[in-house]
Design a protein around this ligand. Structure first.
Ligand SMILES: [Zn+2]
Length: 590
């Protein structure tokens, strides 16, 4: 797991950051005894089983088994790779990392670092082209749409020349290999060999992450040819449905205004933002993903979805909004007049009118009901049953019982139906999730852990002094459980290096399924303080039991071998094995 970052630096960082502080930057943590708890961000649950220990500086989810230290949390939650997580925590802790040179194409730097670097170079290339004679037409096109030079610079808009290999040649001159260019999604391999530029004769919109790093690109034609937009394929740094366009620029505005207007496309973001709507971002798709919703939730709970008239009426669009209700966010909807998207609306009606529209957005309940009533005849019983059924799908997702019952009451009034009937119906609504939760582990292996070894391991985790004591009494071979034996061997190594055996440090050396075992036992033994004498008794019992167990297994093994030797009639082997067998029996007696 750890890269080339020296171990003592990792230990130093872990010693200086507080995992409770790190995690509460993302989730609300509640005090629970000596620990903190929250609803797990890695699986769906309604009662908290995600625990954080301030004493041991680790977290563990009793629901899905996700576990780790502060590095691991950042890796999982922010989807960073290990060096990135280390970097993030190092700067937080004020620890200076040893400088490693990263040049694109150099195999020594991690793939994500290389891709960021290449994307950055490509963005500068496109941007320079927009301002060169070749980009004149594209530049005019943007200016004529009302986009000002300062906006073009702020968003690093660019132009991909009408050639097959402009970018390839430029990046190769910078020492970037073709293979990595393909990995960045910027070059496409030809069938007979060779590569060509993915984006040609298009306006380029770099997509940034929150730190302003370039993740990928959107590319638009200058005329009416198709496809109108091309996007980067998914790469090691770019995943569709995970990012929000313009968020890096709008995040402060979103936090300050405590709401976010969500539009669909690049241009729908640009003009409103330029004209002064500072809390806006683009989803780059009609429906938001749960990752985008959760990401936004860290900045505001209030969302206004801005749709053009044709998208807004779609049932699929309405359904996708249930995501916000499940995330307990407030969602309102604006639908623009037919034929107008946010870009066109602002150009025609001005930003004040657009802000007005947003201020008067309807809440999801009212909006959805209006759309459904216009679609089904609510004067007839069947129509009302259909409308109520679709409304109940949304209402069923409210976690708050008061909201749920108030909306039921309102629906009954609006449709002139009996509330009791709706109550009966809502129980039938299967609240299958509006979306699929990201599965962090595809399948959980089941292990048969040995209870004695597990107990001994938790005691060792609790008390450092015990590790040396166990080391004198037991061999690694005495541990039959492969995972525990691995943990114990790392503990032995740490002690040899004169280090403390802290779970959070141990975890830097362990894979997911093993780390889970450590964190689980830390949380489970925490609440069972034992007297010194009692602990001593438990430890020696464990040691004895494990020794007996090993002897028993060895006896079984010898027994099998003896039977085999008898079967083939190998007298010499037989007598050697029998002697070994007697020794073993004596060992037990002694
Ligand atoms: Zn979980």
């Amino acid at each position: 797991m750890q890269g080339r970052i020296p171990e003592n630096i990792l230990d130093d960082i872990l010693a200086r950051v507080d995992i409770v502080e790190v995690i509460s930057g993302f989730l609300p943590l509640k005090k629970a005894g000596r620990n903190f708890k929250a609803c797990c961000p890695f699986h769906h649950e309604k009662t908290p089983s995600f625990m954080v220990s301030p004493d041991r500086q680790i977290y563990h989810c009793f629901g899905c088994g996700e576990s780790g230290n502060a590095f691991k949390f950042l890796m999982r939650y922010e989807r960073l790779d290990f060096p990135e997580a280390v970097e993030a925590l190092a700067s937080r802790a004020g620890v200076v990392l040893p400088r490693t040179e990263n040049f694109p194409g150099q195999p020594s730097s991690g793939i994500t670092t290389q891709l960021y670097k290449i994307n950055e170079l490509a963005a500068s290339f496109y941007s320079a082209n927009l301002n060169a004679p070749a980009g004149l037409k594209a530049k005019e096109y943007l200016l004529q749409r009302g986009i000002r030079q300062e906006t073009i610079s702020a968003l690093k808009l660019g132009f991909a020349p009408d050639n097959w290999d402009s970018l390839i040649n430029y990046l190769r001159s910078k020492g970037v290999s073709l293979g990595i260019l393909e990995k960045a999604g910027l070059a496409i391999g030809k069938e007979g060999g060779g590569f060509y530029d993915r984006f040609r004769n298009r306006i380029i919109f770099p997509i940034f992450d929150i730190k302003g790093r370039v993740l990928g690109f959107g590319a638009r034609v200058l005329d009416n040819s198709l496809p109108k937009y091309l996007n980067s394929p998914e790469t090691a740094v770019y995943t569709k449905g995970k990012n929000l366009y313009g968020f890096n620029l709008a995040k402060d505005g979103i936090r300050e205004n405590d709401f976010v207007a969500i539009v669909e496309g690049y241009l729908d973001f640009i003009l409103p933002f330029q004209e002064g709507l500072k809390s806006v971002t683009a989803s780059l798709g009609t429906a938001l993903t749960v990752e985008q919703a959760r990401f936004l939730k860290r900045y505001t709970h209030n969302v206004v979805m801005v749709y053009d008239a044709d998208t807004a009426g779609e049932l699929a669009t309405l359904r996708s909004l249930d995501i916000f209700i499940e995330e307990e966010m407030n969602v309102r909807v604006v639908s623009l007049p037919a034929g107008l998207d946010p870009d066109l609306f602002v150009r025609k009606e001005g930003i004040a009118a657009f802000k007005e529209k947003i201020a008067s957005a309807e809440n999801l309940f009212d909006y959805k009901l209006k759309v459904l009533k216009s679609r089904y005849n609510a004067k007839e019983i069947e129509g009302r049953a259909k409308v109520s059924g679709l409304m109940l799908e949304t209402i069923a997702r409210f976690k708050n019982a008061i909201l749920k019952s108030e909306y039921l009451k309102k629906l009954a009034q609006e449709l002139n139906l009996k509330e009791e009937a709706l109550l009966e119906e809502i129980r039938k609504v299967k609240t299958e999730k509006a979306y699929a939760y990201p599965q962090t582990k595809l399948e959980r292996k089941t292990y048969h852990t040995n209870a004695t070894e597990k107990l001994l391991m938790s005691l060792m985790l609790e008390e450092n002094g015990l590790v040396s004591r166990i080391r004198e009494s037991l061999d690694l071979e005495d541990f039959q459980d492969e995972r525990i034996s691995r943990i114990v061997s790392i503990m032995f190594n740490l002690v040899d290096q004169g280090k403390q055996v802290e779970p959070q440090i141990l975890m830097n050396h362990l894979g997911d399924d093993i780390s889970e075992l450590v964190s689980e036992s830390v949380f489970l033994t925490q609440n069972a303080p034992a007297s010194e004498a009692h602990r001593e008794k438990v430890v020696s019992d464990c040691i004895q039991r494990m020794k007996n167990e090993r002897l028993k297994l060895e006896r079984q093994r010898l027994h099998e071998q003896i039977k085999a030797a008898q079967h083939v009639g190998d007298e010499e082997l037989l007598s050697r094995l029998t002697e070994e067998f007697h020794c073993l029996i004596k060992k037990k007696a002694g």
